[in-house]
Design a binder for this molecule. Structure first.
Ligand code: GFB
Length: 317
């Protein structure tokens, strides 16, 4: 049990992103007064010397390592070098600086794409490294696996209290809605909303619609991260999800019904499906006393409201 004092110096690495911004919101809501952040211009997290310098100057006691180069299936396939290099470097520099500067506890965030493509469903934590990875995101997955192993190695060699969480596909406010680099959920919100605004009805959905995906609202993820920071000190990484999944077709229909009920869906099978299914087994997390609370349709509605508010704010500016 690690209680984070309300005035503890807490570094959220990646605070502008989907996950980092949700963790900052959550910490602020809970009354934490010393949240440390560094923008990309202030600190290149791939640069070990710069990261060491920043840690020496700011002396964080707790670290949420949620920074990284991320993206959907297309971005992963077209920018494999960035996904591998950036993520390996970011994890290495922050973990090493956390050891050097004696951080009390670090939480490292991975991704459910670390598991073998053909892993038995739902996927338990011990499926890691039992088979070949999904090719569309192998470089990203290798970097994320290296991050888990890094935390475990630092625990064993140096006695650092570094833990890892592996979330399923995430969504929520501050997500990326750019169609070339986004994940499926924000992409479909945008596509249906664009069609509604343009008065068209046909919306293109990539792939066959048959793959299954599990989605967790990022506010639930932030809640789970704080829970693990306070209640978990183990070597094993922990799956974070809802344990519930649906097909891309069902997801597209759910989003259509919320955003543009008159639309019809056309599947573009020239686009990749990616992994057929990656439903997480969340029993370890549940045994630690945590379950998700935001139902998918409610989360999609609130994310769509956020997207519309942003859109209006930018078009009015
Ligand atoms: O979310 P997504 O890009 O990533 O795609 P992954 C999920 C599924 O949705 C795939 C389909 O079967 C896509 O073909 N899809 C349908 C779409 N329409 C669209 C669309 O307009 N945009 C997008 N992006 N997809 C990622 C990994 O895999 O998951 C990352 O690439 C990371 O490494 C992330 O692990 C969580 O779920 O396939």
């Amino acid at each position: 049990m690690t209680e984070q004092p309300k005035d503890a110096r807490i570094f959220v690495a990646g605070h502008r992103g989907l996950v980092g911004s949700a963790i900052v919101r959550r910490l602020e809501r809970d009354g934490y007064t010393n949240i440390l952040t560094a923008s990309r211009d202030q600190l290149d997290l791939r640069d070990q010397a710069a990261v060491n310098y920043w840690f020496r100057a700011n002396r964080p006691e707790y670290v949420y390592l949620v920074a990284g180069t991320v993206g959907g299936i297309l971005a992963n396939s077209t920018r494999p070098a960035e996904f591998l290099y950036d993520n390996m470097m970011i994890h290495a520099t922050v973990v090493e600086a956390s050891r050097l500067h004696e951080v009390t506890k670090l939480l490292y965030l991975g991704s459910s794409c670390i598991y073998p493509r053909e892993a038995a469903q739902p996927i338990t934590e011990d499926a890691l490294l039992t088979g070949p990875l999904e090719p569309t995101n192998e470089p990203y997955a290798i970097a994320k696996i290296a991050g888990i192993k890094l935390c475990q190695a630092y625990r064993r060699q140096y006695g650092c209290n570094f833990i890892s969480a592996m979330p399923t596909n995430l969504y929520g406010p501050n997500d990326n809605f750019d169609l070339n680099s986004s994940h499926v959920l924000p992409a479909l919100i945008r596509k249906f909303d664009d069609a509604r605004a343009e008065g068209t009805t046909e919306v293109e959905v990539w792939g066959s619609g048959t793959p299954y995906r599990e989605f967790l609202h990022v506010d639930d993820l932030a809640d789970a991260c704080l829970h693990l920071m306070e209640h978990y000190d183990g070597d094993q990484h922990v799956n974070v999800g809802t344990g519930l999944d649906l097909t891309i077709r069902d997801l597209a229909e759910t989003i259509r019904d919320i955003v543009h009920p008159d639309a019809t869906i056309r599947f573009d099978t020239s686009k990749p499906d990616g992994t057929p299914r990656k439903q997480l087994d969340v029993s370890l997390l549940e045994s630690l006393g945590w379950t998700h609370s935001i139902p998918l349709d409610q989360g999609i509605r609130s994310t769509y409201d956020w997207y519309r508010a942003q859109h209006f704010a930018t078009s009015a500016a």
